[in-house]
Structures are given as C-alpha cells and as structure tokens.
Write a protein that binds this ligand. Structure first.
Ligand code: NIG
Ligand code: FE
Length: 410
C-alpha cells in the first residue's frame, strides 16, 4: 500500500486518542470531527493526522500517494457485525409470497425460509460458494464496509455447516478486510429433525462443535432463539457447548417475541444480542451494567415490515447501540450500511451522529475489533472511507439510496 497522504479534508470524522471502547447513552451523541484536516497512512497504519495548518509538509516523496479530499469527509470504514454473506441463492419467490399476503413465519412453517436456503447450499460446491461470496464481499466493501462478521447456518448438516465455515475461513485469508466467523448451526431445525429436536441439538453438540474446534473454524457461536426455532433452554445448552471450546456467544434474539433469551445470553457473557425488534423492561435491566452490545438490524425490519428496534429506549436507559446489516437472502437482501444509517435516523430517530457511532466504534466492539477498527487513532489499521463532495455529514443518511462513498482504502 505504501504511503498515503490525504489532505484538505473537509472533516476528519471519529478521530482521537485514548477513546473509549464504546459509546453508550448520552455519549452516543458525541462524534469528534476535525475540520480542514490531513491524515497520513503508512502501509495501512495511521501515522499522523491533524489540522492542515499544522501539517509539516512533505520531506520524503518516495512512494507517496497524495489524495486531495477538498469538500470530502474522511472516516473509519463501517464495521458490519452481523451478516449471513455466504449463501447459495436469493429467494425472490418468498418476497412475492409475502407481497401476496403470507408472513415470513408462515413461509418458514411451509418449508421455505432458512430450510429452503439450506437445501440449495447443501447442493453447491465449496468452490462455487466461495466465488459468489467473494463477489458479495467486494460489493459490501464498495458501500463502505471495512470489516464484517459472517455466520454459518444455511448448512444444517455436519458437512454443509463445515463447508460454509471453510468458505468463511478462505474469505478471511483472501479478502483485504477483517472477517469474523460465527457458527450458527442452531439457525433452524432441519426437516428430518422436526419431531426430534433433541437429535439435532445432539448433532450440533457432539459432532459439529468438536469438528469446528479441530479445524479452528469459528470465533463465535450463535443460536436463533425464537418461537418455532430454539427455546431459551436449548439456546443455553448450545451456547455452553460453544463456550467450552472458546467461542463467545453472539445471538439472534427477540426478532418476533421476547422469550427471556436476552437475559440468558447476557448471563452467558454474550458479546452481542442481535435483532431486538421486541424489547421488554426485563431485557433493558439485564443489559444495564453488562458488557453485551445490543445490535439492531433496521434493514430487516424494513424488508419484513416488522417493528424497528427501540433505539431511543436503549439510549435513554444509558445502553450502547450497534447497527448492522443482517445481509441474507431471506430477511435482508441488502448489505448496504449507508441505507442502514438512513433507516436508523428516519425510522428509529437516531441522530446521524448516534447512528455513525453505532456503525463504527460500537460495531467494532461487537466483533472484538476495537484495537484496530472503528476510530481514526494513531497506530490503528482501520480501513478508511473517503466520501464524495457533500455539504455535511448528515447529508449521507438524508440523501438515502445514493452512493456517497467515493473510495475505501484497505
Ligand atoms: O437474521 N432470523 C434468523 N435468521 C436470519 C434470516 C434467515 C433467512 O430468512 O434466511 C435473520 O433475519
Ligand atoms: Fe441474522
């Protein structure tokens, strides 16, 4: 990558030293912006930044790329802490079924949904899965995503779950952005275990998890805790088996119903609890004084026409909030975090500053990347975004649907 100097930056966003690992409650309004700034990188590492008037000039021009960012903002790339980027096929048929009146849950009960995706994925080769996932990651990067988490969960057999996780491992090795891997074998009960939940849970615990440990295929463990999926006791048992091999919990909870999964996940030390379209006082209480990051997925709410997460209630209760895409073929076919930013402002009444904190510093926390990503600080390696010329930062979520990112430096 060599040396890069970005000069005449209209605003250097989310910069500073000794910043907290996350922002919560009122702090989420804080977003440091340095006007008329410069930023210097060496081999991807941030080596200097400041006001243009304090810039010492260039003494060594060898291998130096100079970028003029007049009228443009520079910020740390978004982190997407919740995606299902590895999948075989899109599911437009179900989208049309929903337009014609069926609900997402009804479609799943008829054998569509996750089980439909699993059937397709089981038939696809690892190489083909890898190639299409790679193209998706490149597209996410073009929208400004500089780190992402990817889940399994469309395999639902030992072989297919391992195949998915091997694809994620290859992406980790071959893509220029940081990728975290989450084992979500407990995404749904496969049809052959519909009447035998115990059998599938045993398969997860006795076969999938040991194989994952052997090949070091995951960082986190996830369970879809929901009616018709996994109940709280089943979730706890599976998470505990994952914890034993060093996987931290990061779970799907409260998408359609609050069943007590949040409290249990917090007790088990979950790094994040995701979805949270439903929220009860007991959940808020459990999250207070915990180190678990509540993560909201507004593109999923938009696409399924379900409630948006109550970000204001969380922030008013001094909680942090993280935003992610949930990119997947069933509930969220878009992985565009610029759109997530806009939805968070329009539908969840987060201010542009709160939402950007949720997409950067708090999102880096939700995937254990605080030391490298989420803020512009000396010594960090975070990918950097350069916007197009825009009047101010709020213009990005305001002018929704447009591409405002000109370039990502990784
Ligand atoms: O996060 N809710 C569970 N899993 C995914 C959707 C899975 C699918 O429909 O394929 C989600 O929304
Ligand atoms: Fe999800």
């Amino acid at each position: 990558m060599g040396k890069i100097l970005i000069k005449n930056i209209k605003g250097l966003v989310q910069f500073g030293e000794d910043l907290p690992k996350l922002r919560k409650g009122n702090e989420m309004k804080e977003l440091p912006i340095l006007p008329n700034a410069f930023l210097a990188l060496e081999d991807g590492v941030i080596v200097a930044y400041g006001e243009m008037k304090d810039w010492g000039g260039i003494t060594d021009w060898r291998d130096l790329e100079v970028i003029d960012a007049e009228g443009k903002y520079v910020m740390p790339a978004f982190c997407d802490s919740h995606t299902h980027t590895v999948f075989a096929k899109s599911r437009e048929e179900e989208f049309v079924d929903r337009i014609n009146g069926l609900s997402y849950e009804e479609i799943a009960l008829r054998g569509g949904g996750i089980v439909n995706s699993a059937k397709r994925l089981q038939e696809m080769s690892e190489d083909e899965l890898f190639e299409i996932a790679k193209v998706r990651v490149e597209r996410l990067m073009s929208y400004g995503t500089g780190a992402l988490e990817i889940k399994s969960g469309y395999g639902l057999t030992v072989d297919a779950e391992l195949k998915m996780l091997r694809v994620v491992k290859r992406l980790k090795n071959e893509m220029p952005v940081a990728i975290k891997s989450t084992f979500l074998g407990a995404h749904a009960f496969p049809p052959e275990y519909k009447e035998n939940h115990r059998g599938y849970i045993d398969l997860i615990i006795n076969e999938m998890i040991p194989a994952i440990e052997k090949e070091q295929l995951a960082d986190y463990i996830d369970v879809f805790c929901e009616r018709n999926y996994f109940n709280v006791e089943e979730m706890a048992e599976i998470l505990e088996a994952g914890i034993k091999i060093g996987l931290k919990p990061k779970v799907h909870v409260n998408q359609f119903s609050a069943m007590g999964g949040v409290k249990k996940a917090v007790e088990l030390g979950a790094l994040s609890v995701d979805h949270m379209e439903e929220l009860c006082d007991e959940d808020v209480l459990a999250l207070k004084n915990s180190s678990t990051m509540p993560t909201l997925l507004p593109s999923c709410s938009h696409f399924l026409s379900i409630p948006f997460g109550d970000a204001r209630k969380m922030i008013d209760n001094e909680l942090p909030v993280c935003l992610a895409s949930d990119f997947n073929p069933g509930s969220t076919p878009s992985g565009n975090l610029g759109f997530v930013w806009s939805l968070a402002c329009v539908k969840m009444k987060m201010t542009p500053e709160e939402a950007l904190n949720a997409l950067t510093i708090n999102a880096a926390y939700a995937m254990d990347l605080s030391d490298s990503h989420g803020t512009i600080s000396l010594g960090k390696r975070t990918p950097i975004l350069i916007t197009k010329e825009i009047p101010n930062l709020a213009y990005i979520p305001y002018a929704f649907g447009d591409q405002h990112i000109e370039r990502i430096l990784v």
